[in-house]
Design a protein. Structure first.
Length: 309
């Protein structure tokens, strides 16, 4: 069976059609190249090259053998690349758990950058509630999870905040305040608020309740829903109002509008975080977390620019 050096030397000569140039390309002596070709032809029992003092030509057998030899060497190179990529955590399968609020802008931005940086990593996704998130991490069903702070810190899980995003109001488009450029949250004190159920997303509910308290009231009428986009759909039907992260404005069903809040004290915001297993030191996880920092910085700069423009 021909060995790899024989194949490499044959391919070099076949591509260069010159023993001297092939030897220089391989950084070995010309006699070693000639000896490899001789041994290869003996093992195969056929002539691969016609050699004269002036030229080197491939026989029909040599031409057929060249294509297969090039393919074998290419596959060996790819195999080595894959092995190194796996060893350095640059290849594999990576599962992201996400909360509904992140799916409109935050998650797409993260995934776009992640794919550019880790093109050989396949991605999986799982939408999770607050209750489901920690168990999914600890059971190795997912590798990282996006969440809205505040949230409970569990043993075996580390978490990091990466983005602060303004809260905005969602109103029916026929609401008396709908034509205002921005509103004071106190103007909504008598409205029915649509809130995520606490078991779905504690962070979102906590930040909305905190914002209302800072505005001097606690919502009297509350409707609870299980997904944040359901809140916008109910509002479009005229069944209440809500506060949501600014990125949700990308979801625009007919009948609902988004309005910024007058917030001189900058108290009306939500914070996104990412969590992973404490012992997870993989390069893929570290890379994803670094991307969340980059995306978070970029989005906060964009929010600051929109507020000052």
């Amino acid at each position: 069976m021909p060995n790899i050096p024989h194949l490499e030397r044959f391919v070099a000569v076949a591509e260069e059609l010159n023993f001297r140039r092939a030897a220089a390309r391989l950084h070995i002596t010309q006699p070693r190249v000639s000896e490899s070709i001789r041994q290869l032809e003996e093992e195969l029992g056929t002539q691969l090259l016609r050699r004269t003092r002036q030229s080197v030509e491939l026989t029909d057998a040599g031409l057929a053998y060249l294509g297969r030899a090039q393919l074998i060497l290419s596959q060996l190179s790819e195999a080595a690349h894959i092995a190194l990529a796996v060893a350095h955590g640059m290849r594999g399968h990576f599962v992201v758990g996400f909360n509904p609020a992140s799916s409109y802008e935050v998650l797409p931005r993260l995934l776009r950058q992640f794919h550019d940086r880790f093109p050989d990593v396949s991605l999986g996704f799982e939408e999770l509630t607050t209750v489901e998130r920690e168990s999914a991490l600890l059971q190795n069903r997912i590798d990282v999870a996006l969440f809205l702070a505040p949230t409970i810190s569990r043993p075996g899980i580390r978490q990091k905040k990466f983005l602060r995003e303004p809260l905005i109001a969602v109103l029916p488009d026929d609401h008396p305040l709908a034509r205002e450029p921005e509103i004071d949250l106190r103007q909504l004190r008598d409205e029915t608020f649509i809130l995520l159920h606490s078991r779905q997303e504690t962070g979102n509910r906590a930040r909305v309740m905190y914002a209302c308290q800072q505005a001097g009231f606690i919502p009297n009428g509350v409707r609870q829903i299980d997904r944040i986009h359901n809140a916008v759909s109910l509002i479009a039907s005229g069944l209440g109002v809500a506060l949501c992260p600014a990125s949700l404005r990308l979801f625009v069903p007919p009948g609902a509008i988004y309005l910024p809040l007058k917030d001189p004290a900058s108290k009306f915001y939500v914070e996104y975080g990412i969590s992973c297993r404490s012992e997870d030191e993989s390069a893929i996880t570290a890379g994803f977390i670094e991307i969340t920092r980059e995306v978070g910085r970029s989005m906060m700069q964009e929010h600051d620019s929109s507020l000052t423009s």
